[in-house]
Ligand binder design. Structure first.
Ligand code: ATP
Length: 248
């Protein structure tokens, strides 16, 4: 059933350090093959939402205390990040997270660690990443720490691709990047979505850019979803324009 939700987050609450209630009942859906934007100001709870799906909250002493999360019909909220990667759900963290002392290519190879694959398959995956990110191919032998911010963001997405993802949770891909590079990265995200059928849930403060590349959007405020709709609808909505245009 193509209409069944693919990823669904159902009324989750998240508490940090046993006391700080940060998500106050968040529900959202990502249909298969879509790009969904999670929007809102700094501190609204976007990163926390992504981390609760990828189960990366533990390291920050965060807990999902209510609600549940489903992916392709199965509950996933108690799977480890590794198990999630094997099922095709992978997060690209905010701030890029490439290994600075490794080359671009070595970074990409680390992305395939959950797969048991032959050299030929590994080569095929690498070639696919280089096909979508020609800049990474040019910089394959450079130490990641010495590449530009845009190239490091590309490296982080490329590394996620090496795991053959079904669904990428992309946290603030535009952070700290020049507008032209942001466009370049979103174009590639759209391309991956269309040609590789990767679904995306992307957290962004850059509301208008994100909506241009998304199918659907949710707006968060203070740990809650306060508005949702088709990307076109949100981009043309007067309240959204007034409150969120100047945010990034
Ligand atoms: P940003 O763009 O800054 O990532 P965000 O919308 O993603 O913003 P979150 O990072 O999810 O927001 O933060 C939501 C709230 O949770 C904020 O008030 C933040 O201070 C708080 N918070 C985040 N991480 C922790 C933590 N490890 N311990 C305690 N509180 C936290």
């Amino acid at each position: 059933n193509d209409q069944a939700p693919y990823l669904s987050v159902n009324n989750i609450e998240v508490i940090y350090d046993h006391v700080i209630l940060v998500l106050k009942g968040v529900s959202l859906e990502v249909p298969k093959g879509k790009i969904v934007a999670l929007l809102g100001a700094n501190g609204a709870g976007k990163s926390t939402t992504l981390k609760s799906i990828s189960n990366l909250l533990g390291a920050e002493r965060g807990d999902v205390t209510k609600g549940n999360i489903e992916f392709r019909g199965a509950r996933i909220e108690s799977l480890t990040p590794n198990e999630l990667v094997k099922r095709g759900v992978i997060q690209v963290m905010e701030g890029r997270h490439c290994f600075g002392h490794l080359t671009i290519e070595e970074n990409l190879l680390t992305g395939a660690y959950t797969r048991r694959i032959s050299r030929a398959e590994l080569k095929e995956s690498l070639d696919k990443v280089y096909h979508y990110f020609p800049r990474l191919k040019e910089r394959r032998a450079s130490q990641a720490g010495y590449t530009s911010g845009g190239e490091q963001q590309m490296c982080a997405i490329g590394r996620a691709l090496m795991a053959k993802p079904e669904m990428i949770l992309l946290d603030e891909p535009s952070m700290g990047l020049a507008p032209q590079i942001v466009e370049e990265i979103f174009e590639i995200v759209k391309d991956l979505n269309v040609k590789e059928q990767v679904s995306f849930l992307l957290a962004e403060q850059n509301t208008m850019v994100a909506l241009r590349y998304s199918d659907f959007g949710y707006i968060m405020e203070n740990g809650r979803i306060v508005m949702e709709g088709e990307a076109n609808y949100l981009a043309n909505n007067e309240d959204v324009k007034e409150f969120y245009l100047g945010l990034s």
